[in-house]
Design a binder for this molecule. Structure first.
Ligand code: FES
Length: 370
């Protein structure tokens, strides 16, 4: 019975696809529906901008009200935000900085976003979006959550990596429960004015004897070090560490914790942006032909440059989003050659197939339909 139904479903999809050239009737009627409901998308969750406020010189918070279809989230998760810029849909991933308790009480979520100096989207967003406008979001994603409840945890945050921890800590603040879990927050910022939510955290630490706050000004105290872990982390051998921030900080923290013999399952981390690529893959100097652009470039030996980076460094502008193998916006047709996918850790065939530019390294000469 189930297989008859699924065959009927496939036949219907095929019929709709042949008739409309779209995956569904909803996608076909999207432009008409958008006339009544701006920013409506058949594959996303329509969400209203309720407020935009600055947290400090380079971070702002978007307060959003998702429609009723949105299913909620766990503290520490992130979403894909999709907005329209110059007529094109653009997506970026951001951690939710407010708590599930806040969402249950108000129906609102907050994204606290650092303005990237040379970014295309983050400096533009707070200027372009206005209260009352609609954007789109995805369901909540990611597994950087506090599902198991270790007796002792140490959060290590760098810069905008504070956002998932703000979500976790705001839950405690709003629920006003006294937990026995020992929590230390080591929060690194590049100078005093770059700490966000510092007043909230100080208030929380003053109200809860199990919470310890260490605001670490990197300008004065330097970056994460063995001494910092020794004197600030309040850790014991059973402590679980949660690390979120820029790649160099995460890599240093992981190395330092390894040297202190913490097993991998006690060290949880989330990269903001693409995870650095480190493979033992040896590649010869290869030629990459961007066939549609009539451009042939060399990928120097073992440069570990992805095909997306290679294209961009030669003035091509392929579509991209997350740059970490999640959103699939950078999918491109490879016509020939072998690439290595750093996310799935697999090699492609030699023939034609779709690949993700942002996580693919050329292994031999490659021809792309780009
Ligand atoms: S840019 Fe998102 S998967 Fe490549």
């Amino acid at each position: 019975m189930a297989s008859t139904l699924s065959q009927a479903g496939k036949a219907w999809s095929w019929f709709i696809g042949s008739l409309t050239n779209h995956k569904s009737m909803a996608a076909y009627f999207e432009p008409i529906i958008q006339g009544v409901l701006p920013a409506w998308r058949s594959d996303k969750i329509r969400t209203q901008v309720r407020e935009i406020r600055y947290e400090n010189a380079d971070m702002f918070t978007l307060v959003l009200k998702p429609s009723k279809q949105w299913q909620g989230f766990s503290a520490g998760q992130y979403i894909e935000l999709t907005v329209q810029k110059d007529g094109a849909w653009i997506s970026r991933f951001f951690s939710i900085s407010s708590s599930p308790t806040y969402f249950q009480r108000t129906g609102l979520i907050e994204l606290s976003i650092r303005i990237q100096e040379k970014g295309r989207i983050t400096p533009w967003l707070p200027q372009a979006l206005h209260k009352g406008e609609f954007v789109n979001i995805s369901p909540a994603l990611g597994d950087f959550t506090l599902d198991s409840k270790p007796a002792s945890v140490c959060f290590i945050a760098g810069g905008s990596g504070i956002t998932p921890f703000r979500s976790m800590l705001q839950n405690i603040q709003l629920e006003q429960t006294q937990s026995k879990q020992a929590i230390t927050l080591m929060y690194y910022a590049r100078s005093a004015q770059h700490f966000a939510f510092a007043d909230d955290f100080e208030q929380l630490a003053a109200q809860h004897s199990n919470i310890t706050l260490k605001l670490i000004n990197s300008e004065i105290d330097g970056n994460i070090s063995s001494n910092h872990l020794e004197y600030f982390s309040q850790a014991n051998k059973d402590t679980h560490f949660y690390v979120c921030g820029p790649s160099p900080m995460i890599q240093s923290a992981r190395q330092l914790l390894k040297e202190r013999n913490y097993p991998d399952d006690q060290v949880h981390y989330e990269f903001f942006g693409p995870e650095p690529i480190h493979t033992d893959i040896q590649t010869d100097a290869t030629q990459v032909l961007f066939a549609r652009s009539h451009k042939q470039v060399s990928s120097t030996q073992n440069s570990q440059q992805t095909l997306l980076e290679l294209a961009e460094s030669h003035d091509l502008k392929p579509v991209s989003g997350c740059r970490m193998g999640v959103c699939h916006q950078c999918i491109c047709q490879k016509q020939s050659g072998v690439v290595y996918n750093t996310k799935t850790k697999t090699y492609s065939d030699t023939g034609a197939q779709e690949i993700q530019l942002c996580v693919s390294l050329p292994i031999n000469d490659v021809v792309l339909d780009l």
